[in-house]
Ligand binder design. Structure first.
Ligand code: E4P
Length: 217
């Protein structure tokens, strides 16, 4: 499973990329607003750090507006993936972008039928939002399983990008369900490395090593 980080913070992106843990980046208007920075500048800077796919979302909600904005975003760097909402206009824009050779991430997916439509218009990625489904007392991960089955039934090439990931358990469950990618907040990626038994075991090894009085270098 590929790891994307879900952030517009350059320092988080750089740290994870240099650690070899990052295959790509997703941003959204809320994350850009939180960063307080110029959107296009941020996208260009992220694309300079990470060679993998970087999703940049359109702000328009109408077809023509999405086309105009998406073309500007796609011209910022060769690894930009234009993100469009899963609406009828967004699906139409996705089809046009794909005909123009622009990669598309169709976002805000909450049902298997929406994912089916995104695959039919050639989306590069479909982003089902796991955490937001959990928030309304439904089982978000079931959506990943359903989309996996549908895409495999018909050999769709659209990649399943598990989004709205909130915890290490979400990451495990997305991997078990066969998501192609998970986009994860930086803090959650870091938590994946932690285990209390690792900490205890390491402390014991360090203490025992001191007793040997030796040094390796
Ligand atoms: C995905 O591309 C979205 O940016 C993100 O995963 C949404 O997560 P949230 O529901 O935690 O805001």
């Amino acid at each position: 499973m590929k790891f994307f980080v879900d952030t517009a913070e350059i320092s988080e992106i750089r740290e994870l990329y240099e650690a070899g843990l990052l295959d790509g980046v997703t941003t959204n208007p809320s994350l850009v607003a939180k960063s307080g920075r110029d959107f296009k500048e941020v996208v260009k800077e992220i694309c300079g750090v990470v060679p993998g796919p970087v999703s940049a979302e359109v702000a328009a909600t109408d077809y023509e507006g999405m086309l105009a904005e998406g073309r500007v975003l796609a011209a910022l760097a060769s690894n930009v993936v234009v993100k469009v909402p899963l609406t009828f206009a967004g699906l139409k824009a996705c089809k046009t972008f794909r005909e123009e050779g622009i990669k598309v991430n169709v976002t805000l997916c909450f049902s298997p039928n929406q994912a089916l439509l995104a695959a039919k218009v050639g989306a590069t990625y479909i982003s089902p939002f796991i955490g937001r489904l959990d928030d309304i007392n439904t089982e978000g991960m079931e959506l990943i399983e359903q989309i996996r089955t549908i895409y495999d039934n018909y050999n769709f090439e659209t990649e399943i990008l598990a989004a709205s990931i909130r915890s290490p358990n979400h990451v495990t469950q997305a991997a078990l369900a066969g998501a192609d990618v998970a986009t994860i907040p930086a803090a959650v990626i870091k938590k994946l490395a932690s285990h209390p038994l690792t900490d205890i075991g390491l402390e014991n090894f360090v203490n025992d090593w001191k007793k040997t009085g030796q040094s390796i270098v």
